[in-house]
Design a protein. Structure first.
Length: 213
């Protein structure tokens, strides 16, 4: 099926006790966050984003779109698997909504096609997305294990970064164009980017407000 060219912490505790006649060092305790902490999908959760469009040189392209909003609706079942339905309203000024279907699979968020759309499971390349049967472009999605401070209208957050490197056939797959999805624990996506492969127009979605159950 031909795809659209629109692309879309660790806690360490060490306790050391010294007394006059005994020394005891406990074993370090490491906890790995669950992907669901950074991508909540309870029914009724919602996020509102400011949309900003940039040309290939990074200049803002004026537009009159209203804010984009994403709402978690009820669940549904495909192929005996339960997915959360996320309704996206006014994305890129569209007058109709779109439905996205996501689930947690082995601590990765995947869509109904099995494509990984978010993961903080293991640093490094997590998923490669081939765009169209003749490969007009491909995207390497990765997580580097570090945190980044991101400032959006809703505030400043220390986020994990799920990064996409877009390589195009027209560039002989030699140039990487970056898109990011920045998520914060118990809030979700704070900032995300989408890219038009042909024109390199980029859309940034910056969090304005949210409600998490």
């Amino acid at each position: 099926m031909k795809k659209s060219a629109l692309i879309i912490g660790l806690g360490l505790s060490l306790f050391f006790f010294v007394s006059c006649n005994k020394k005891d060092t406990s074993t370090p305790v490491t906890t790995t966050p669950a992907v669901s902490d950074y991508f909540p999908m309870a029914v009724g959760d919602y996020w509102v984003y400011q949309q900003t469009q940039y040309d290939s040189s990074g200049n803002i392209i004026p537009q009159t779109w209203k804010n984009d909003s994403v709402v978690v609706k009820n669940d549904t079942v495909f192929n005996n698997k339960t997915y959360h339905i996320l309704m996206d309203y006014n994305c890129l000024g569209m007058t109709t909504y779109s439905a996205e279907y996501y689930r947690d699979s082995s601590d990765c968020i995947v869509n109904e096609h099995g494509e990984v759309i978010f993961s903080i499971k293991t640093p490094g390349i997590i998923y490669t997305d081939i765009l169209s049967s003749d490969t007009i472009a491909y995207v390497n999605y990765s997580y580097n294990g570090s945190s980044t401070n991101i400032t959006v209208p809703a505030g400043t957050f220390t986020c994990v970064d799920f990064k996409g490197e877009v390589y195009r056939k027209v560039d002989n797959f030699n140039t990487a164009y970056l898109v990011h999805k920045y998520n914060y624990a118990n809030i979700g996506t704070v900032k995300k980017m989408k890219l038009f492969v042909a024109s390199l127009i980029r859309i940034d979605f910056d969090l304005l407000s949210y409600h998490i159950q």
